[in-house]
Write a new protein. Structure first.
Length: 597
C-alpha cells in the first residue's frame, strides 16, 4: 500500500465571507427542523401571540413562519440578514443575563448562506409591509398586516452535498413537528397553527401550561400523571410527571426547559432519573415535561451552537431542587392519585357485603360504626400474615353516612390474585401481590433509614445447598448481610444456614430470601457498591415478603391492605413500575351494559 503524499505547505489566509457563513451554518442549520426552531424562537422574541408554520417537502422546499409580533422596521431588514447583527443584546452584561431565546444574531445569516430567505415585515406604525430577498438584497413594498413572515426556500441549494444527509420527507417533517412541539410546550400563552403540504397538522389556542404539556405527553397521560411545583422565586420548578406506569421504551417524551428554552442537560436529566429510580427498573423511560426558572445571571445559555445546552452556576442546588420535587410528587399515596382527586363519596345505601376496615370497631354508646383515617396497623413482625380479626356477620355493612376511603372497601378476592373493592366512583381492582410488595418495600426502607433493619432469630436455622461462590460471598461480606437484617452462616463448602431474617419479613421463606440477596451481593461486589444499590436489594426482599398469589385473605385483611396503600408513598405502582390498582367508573360500567339507552 502506497503511503500518502506529504502535506503541501500552504499560506495562512483569511476565509471569504461566504465560506465563513457556510461553516457557521453547519453548526446552526443541521436539518429543516433547525430552521423551524430558530425562526420560531425569533417569532416568540418578537412578542407574538399567534404563530403559523408551513412546510413543504419536509421543510426542504419551503419553511414559512408568520407571526403577529412587533415586526422589523424597513431600514433594518437588511441588517436582519447580516451576521452578528441583533436587537437582543448590546453588551457583555446583557449577554450574561440574556432573557430572550435568540441573542447571537447569526441564525438568519446562517440560513441565508445555505438557502434563499425572503422576509416580509410590518411594524404597527408602518402603512404597508416591506419584503427583502436574501439573493438580491433589494427592498420592495408588499402586502401584509403587522408582524413578520420569514420564508426559507430550497434549503441546501447552495450546498447540495448536505442534502444527501437528510432523511425521507416524512422523517424530516416529523422532526419539524417535534421542533414546534418543544417550543410550543414552553409558551402556552401563544396560539400555534401548523400546515404540512397544505394540510393542517396542528391547531392549539392559548391555554393553561399544564394543558399544553399534557397534550404533548399524550392522551394516556391525562389520568396517569402528577403535577409538581417546588422552589421559590429565585429558583423554581413546575411540571407534569407521567406516572411510572406510563413509562416507555424510548426517551421520546421527556421535555426539559430552562427559562422557556428546551435543553438537554446532564444535571437535570440525572436528577429526574434518580427521582424515578425507586419506581422504574431496567431500560424503561419516564414521561415528563419540567420547567425550571431561575435568574438568567445564574445560567449560561451560550455554551452550544444550537443553544440546547446550558451551564448552571450552582448545579448542586438545581439538582437538589429537581430531585426532591420530582421524588416527593411521585411518592404521593394512592389516595392522592388524579383518578381519586376530590373524592368525598358516601357509602351507597344498601351496598351488600361491605366490611368497613380492620381499624373499624363497634362503639356501643352510639351503636354505629366509626372510622379512623390511619392505616389499620398491621403488626410489623406479622406484616405478611395480615393478622386482622375477621368481621362478624352483624358487622358486614358500615354506616351509609360514613365517608368512603379513596380505594373503597373490599368485596371479594378474585382468582386468588386480585382484590375487588367498591369506592365512591365505582369499582377498584387491586393486584394484591404488587400492592403489598410496595407497602413492604416502603416499610423496609423506613426501618433501614430510621434504626436499621431489626433481625428476628429463627428458632431453627434453615439450611440450603449453595454454589461455592455463594459460600465465599457469605464469608467475605458479613457486614453487608447484617446491614440488610440477615444473619447467614457457612455450614460446609456447599451449604449455607439462615439464622436470622428481618423482622418485617419473618413470615416469608428464609432460604428463598437468602438466595436472592446473595445473588444481588455477588453482582454488586464490595460493601460500598452494595450500599449504592441498597434500595434495589430491599425491593428484592420486599418481593419475597409480599403476600403470594392464591393466598386466601379475609375481607378485613383485604381492607387492611387498601388502607395501607392509601397511606404508603408511591403505592400506585409496584417496585417494578407496574400498576397496583385500576379504577373502573360507574360511567364505564353503564356504557358497557348500555344502561340509559
Amino acid at each position: 500500500m502506497n503511503s500518502p503524499p506529504p502535506p503541501q505547505r500552504r499560506s495562512i489566509r483569511p476565509l471569504d465571507d461566504t465560506l465563513i457563513s457556510q461553516i457557521a451554518a453547519g453548526e446552526v442549520v443541521e436539518r429543516p427542523a433547525s430552521v423551524v426552531k430558530e425562526l420560531l424562537e425569533n417569532a416568540i422574541d418578537s412578542g407574538a401571540r399567534r404563530i403559523e408554520l408551513r412546510i413543504d417537502d419536509g421543510g426542504v422546499r419551503r419553511v414559512a413562519i408568520s407571526d403577529d409580533g412587533c415586526g422589523i422596521e424597513r431600514n433594518q431588514l437588511a441588517l436582519a440578514l447580516a451576521r452578528h447583527a441583533t436587537s437582543k443584546i448590546a453588551s457583555l452584561d446583557e449577554l450574561e443575563r440574556v432573557q430572550t431565546l435568540g441573542f447571537r444574531g447569526e441564525a438568519l445569516a446562517a440560513i441565508a448562506s445555505v438557502a434563499r430567505v425572503r422576509i416580509t415585515s410590518r411594524t404597527p406604525g408602518d402603512a404597508n409591509a416591506t419584503t427583502i430577498d436574501s439573493e438580491s438584497g433589494e427592498l420592495a413594498p408588499a402586502a401584509g398586516g403587522p408582524g413578520t413572515t420569514v420564508e426559507v426556500l430550497d434549503l441546501y441549494a447552495h450546498t447540495p452535498a448536505r442534502r444527501k444527509f437528510l432523511k425521507s420527507t416524512a422523517t424530516e417533517a416529523a422532526h419539524c413537528a417535534e421542533a414546534l412541539r418543544r417550543v410550543s410546550i414552553a409558551h402556552p400563552e401563544i396560539a400555534f397553527t401548523a400546515y404540512a403540504q397544505g394540510r393542517r397538522t396542528e391547531n392549539r389556542g392559548a391555554e393553561a401550561w399544564s394543558a399544553r404539556a399534557l397534550a404533548a405527553l399524550g392522551d394516556e397521560t391525562l389520568e396517569a400523571h402528577r403535577l409538581v411545583e417546588g422552589g421559590n422565586e429565585a429558583l423554581g420548578l413546575r411540571g407534569v410527571l407521567g406516572l411510572p406506569t406510563m413509562s416507555r421504551s424510548r426517551a421520546d417524551r421527556q421535555f426539559l426547559f430552562v427559562n422557556g428554552r428546551f435543553v438537554r442537560d446532564r444535571v437535570l436529566g440525572h436528577a429526574v432519573r434518580q427521582a424515578y429510580a425507586d419506581f422504574l427498573h431496567g431500560d424503561r423511560q419516564p414521561v415528563y415535561a419540567l420547567f425550571l426558572r431561575l435568574d438568567p445571571a445564574l445560567v449560561d445559555a451560550n455554551v452550544h451552537p444550537a443553544k440546547i445546552e446550558v451551564r448552571f452556576r450552582d448545579p448542586q442546588a438545581v439538582h437538589r431542587l429537581v430531585f426532591n420535587a420530582v421524588r416527593d410528587a411521585l411518592r404521593a399515596t394512592a389516595a392522592e392519585h388524579p383518578a381519586l382527586a376530590g373524592d368525598a363519596g358516601r357509602m351507597p345505601a344498601g351496598a351488600p357485603g361491605l366490611s368497613p376496615s380492620a381499624s373499624a370497631w363497634r362503639a356501643p354508646a352510639q351503636g354505629a360504626w366509626r372510622f379512623e383515617a390511619r392505616a389499620p396497623g398491621v403488626d410489623a413482625a406479622l406484616a405478611m400474615a395480615f393478622q386482622a380479626p375477621a368481621a362478624s356477620p352483624a358487622e358486614a355493612a358500615p354506616d351509609a353516612s360514613a365517608p368512603i376511603p379513596p380505594l373503597g372497601y373490599a368485596i371479594a378476592q378474585l382468582h386468588g390474585v386480585y382484590i375487588v373493592a367498591q369506592n365512591a366512583r365505582g369499582m377498584v381492582v387491586v393486584d394484591m401481590h404488587a400492592a403489598h410488595e410496595r407497602v413492604v418495600y416502603e416499610k423496609l426502607k423506613r426501618a433501614a433509614d430510621e434504626r436499621g433493619l431489626a433481625m428476628q432469630a429463627l428458632l431453627i436455622p434453615v439450611a440450603f445447598r449453595a454454589d461455592p461462590l455463594d459460600v465465599r460471598v457469605v464469608e467475605d461480606e458479613p457486614e453487608a448481610f447484617a446491614g440488610l437484617g440477615i444473619e447467614l452462616g457457612v455450614m460446609s463448602p456447599t451449604s449455607i444456614a439462615v439464622r436470622a431474617v428481618p423482622a418485617l419479613l419473618a413470615a416469608g421463606d428464609p432460604a428463598a430470601l437468602a438466595r436472592s440477596v446473595i445473588a444481588e451481593v455477588r453482582e454488586a461486589g464490595a460493601t460500598r457498591a452494595l450500599a449504592q444499590r441498597r434500595d434495589e436489594l430491599l425491593a428484592t426482599m420486599a418481593c419475597h415478603g409480599a403476600v403470594r398469589a392464591n393466598r386466601r385473605l379475609s375481607v378485613d385483611e383485604m381492607n387492611a391492605l387498601l388502607r395501607d396503600m392509601e397511606n404508603t408513598a408511591g403505592a400506585d405502582q409496584c417496585n417494578h413500575g407496574r400498576p397496583t390498582w385500576i379504577q373502573l367508573g360507574l360511567a364505564d360500567l353503564d356504557r358497557w351494559f348500555q344502561r340509559g339507552r
